[in-house]
Design a protein. Structure first.
Length: 202
């Protein structure tokens, strides 16, 4: 099986797991975990699609005269719903985490990076990445900078002593020495990061 296809299937299996987990039980946030899903576009889109998709399928069945086209479009709509809700569920289940030796930044089941506290030079609130469009992991074309954008923006800036390599779709990407990210309570997360890494704002 091609590696790209295997990574996609692996992520889809994870989305299914977190979707089932989200439906049947409520995750409890640990003291060392920090959410970001409340600022995501996936949150609003999830609840909108849950109500809109069944209505759209019924309308397709009524409007279209060709049954095969109705089936194709209905399957596409359900698959889109699955991906949106699954991604949101994985964002709920996988918050940012302050581990014993490293800070783990996540964007659901799609992207992550581990940053040892010893490698964090500064952690501070910043609006430099506020103009980022869309959500997810993105990279600057001209500098070693990564953006874990949520709600089309970031609120935290990490400057690193040495580069780290984020993963996207379970595949290493490129080394970066500055990371922008978002959180539902960025002020608290920055405070704890400064304590863990022994740094102060730049």
């Amino acid at each position: 099986m091609p590696s790209k296809l295997s990574r996609v299937l692996s992520v889809e299996l994870k989305l299914s797991y977190y979707l089932i987990k989200w439906i049947f039980q409520q995750d409890r946030l640990a003291a060392d975990e920090y959410t970001y899903h409340k600022k995501s576009a996936a949150m609003a889109l999830t609840f909108a699609l849950i109500f809109v998709t069944p209505v759209a399928i019924v309308l397709l069945a009524v409007i279209l005269s060709q049954d095969w086209l109705t089936w194709v479009l209905s399957i596409a709509a359900i698959y889109g719903l699955y991906w949106t809700v699954g991604l949101y569920a994985s964002m709920v289940a996988l918050p940012h985490k302050l581990g014993a030796d490293a800070f783990i930044i996540r964007y659901g089941a799609l992207a992550s990076v581990n940053i040892p506290y010893a490698d964090i030079e500064t952690a501070e609130l910043s609006l430099e990445g506020i103009a980022q469009g869309g959500d997810g992991l993105k990279f600057d074309d001209r500098a070693p900078i990564a953006y874990f954008s949520v709600g089309s923006t970031t609120r935290i800036k990490l400057s690193l002593r040495q580069p780290v390599t984020p993963e996207l779709w379970r595949r290493p990407t490129q080394p970066v020495s500055t990371i922008f990210l978002n959180a539902d309570r960025p002020d608290l997360l920055v405070e704890r990061l400064q304590e863990k890494s022994g740094t102060a704002a730049g």
